[in-house]
Design a protein around this ligand. Sequence first.
Ligand SMILES: [Zn+2]
Length: 133
Amino acid sequence: MDEASRPFTIESFYCFVKEKKLMGAKCNNCGRTSLPPRPMCTNCRSMDLMWQELPKQGSLVTYTVIHVAPHRFSELTPYPVGIVELKENARLPGVIKGIDPEQLKIGMKLNIAFGQEPTTTEWPQWSRYHFEP
Ligand SMILES: [Zn+2]
């Protein structure tokens, strides 16, 4: 499907992730970027939206260390998950790899790295991307 005509849904978000792109739904009316993308602007309810590629680096807003994980992640415990702000109002949840949880600091810069493993269609879908320093 033509990129620009993809519906503004989480499914489309993960299609873009497969292509190693982070895309949010930018509102042409108020300029707010919705992540996860929704068919209607979360700020002004406009449906006049366009896809906007988001930076692959952001700052850590909050994090927690998971000790008891859902079954499919149990081998990974303990592991940190965090929320990274890519730009104003565009925040992405995900697993943080490549750093000792004790070294994590709110506000630190993290990069988004892309993996290959397919998982479910639920939000968030941890294993197709993760954060790393
Ligand atoms: Zn809007």
